[in-house]
Design a protein around this ligand. Structure first.
Ligand code: SAM
Length: 298
């Protein structure tokens, strides 16, 4: 175990490590490294990690949060795209034998295969612990990462991530508000959301130009609503929010989906007891599911 004074969450240790390796930050990889131990502790607490859990960390950077993950979890798989970080990680994580660093793009990575491999090597047993994703995400690919994990049903019990504050607010939003939209509905179809902390730019080097927040998504065992055609529901949701100032029936009418017209949508909204000129941001997930089923039956 590394004493706190030597951990990378000590800003002096971070800076000296970066200097020692002559590491230069790559903006294209969204590299803003955490330098605040309190924030890392909040992330670890929010993720509710046990010694039986397998953690998938996306983008370990120089290994700052990875050190904490190794101390809390059974095993950690850290997927990092930037090969310049590998030699740094082999030194900063040298004290831990429960971590595997994989040099890959997370968007091209076979996460299921990595989990199966961990089970085969007996470093993880799904009967005893859970797979949890924990990350300070590269913000340029937040949505593809999260939606990829959710839509591909990667067997992770939860996803606890640092994201841009506005994105966390959109994921967490309830119907009616300005932040509510297609991302809120998509995330909430798969998971319960919990906003764990707001994080200011001075907790990172270099400082990002935006505020950040930690959000935990806990996967539902079953979706909270039943819908006959999940793909069609999300197509209709995207169409409804395409132009926020348009009514929902106009948005859906403009999407040119075979057999689905603006007029039919208006009639069904009325039959559901809703205003036919309602906007998408006022409909709950259950109402979108009902609208989808009725449009497909009509
Ligand atoms: N976890 C570290 C920390 O908190 O200090 C670094 C977080 S930094 C915001 C994002 C990390 O993700 C960087 O290390 C970056 O190189 C890595 N990254 C960016 N794109 C990636 C991708 N497509 N696949 C895997 N890692 C990626």
């Amino acid at each position: 175990m590394i004493p706190d004074s030597e951990k990378l969450s000590n800003p002096q240790v971070t800076v000296s490590t970066i200097k020692k390796y002559n590491f230069s930050f790559q903006k294209k990889f969204g590299q803003n490294f955490l330098i605040d131990s309190h924030v890392i502790e909040k992330i670890i607490r929010a993720a509710e990690i046990t010694k039986e859990d397998l953690i998938i960390e996306i983008g370990p950077g120089i290994g700052t949060m990875t050190q904490y993950l190794c101390e809390s979890a059974g095993h950690v798989i850290a997927v990092e795209i930037d090969s310049n970080l590998l030699s740094i990680l082999s030194e900063t994580l040298a004290a831990y034998d429960n971590v595997s660093v994989i040099n890959q793009d997370i968007l091209k990575c076979d996460i299921r295969g990595l989990i199966d491999e961990a089970e085969a090597k007996r470093v993880f047993d799904h009967n005893k612990g859970s797979v949890k994703v924990v990350a300070n995400l590269p913000y340029y690919i937040t949505t593809p990462i999260i939606m990829g994990l959710l839509e591909n049903h990667v067997p992770a019990a939860s996803i606890t991530v640092m994201v841009q504050k506005e994105v966390a607010e959109r994921m967490n939003a309830a119907p009616g508000g300005k932040d509510y939209g297609a991302l809120s509905l998509a995330v909430q179809y798969y998971a319960d959301t919990y906003l764990a902390a707001n994080v200011p730019p001075n907790c990172f080097i270099p400082r990002p130009g935006v505020g950040s927040a930690v959000i935990r998504l806990t996967k539902h065992p079953d979706p909270p609503v039943k819908v006959k055609d999940e793909k069609m529901m999300f197509r209709l949701i995207r169409a409804s929010f395409e132009q926020r100032r348009k009514t929902l029936k106009n948005g859906i009418g403009n999407a040119a989906i075979e057999g689905i017209t603006k007029e039919k949508t208006g009639e069904i909204l009325t039959a559901m007891g809703l205003d036919e000129n309602i906007r998408g941001e006022r409909l709950s997930l259950a109402e979108f599911a009902e609208l989808t089923d009725r449009l497909l039956e009509a």
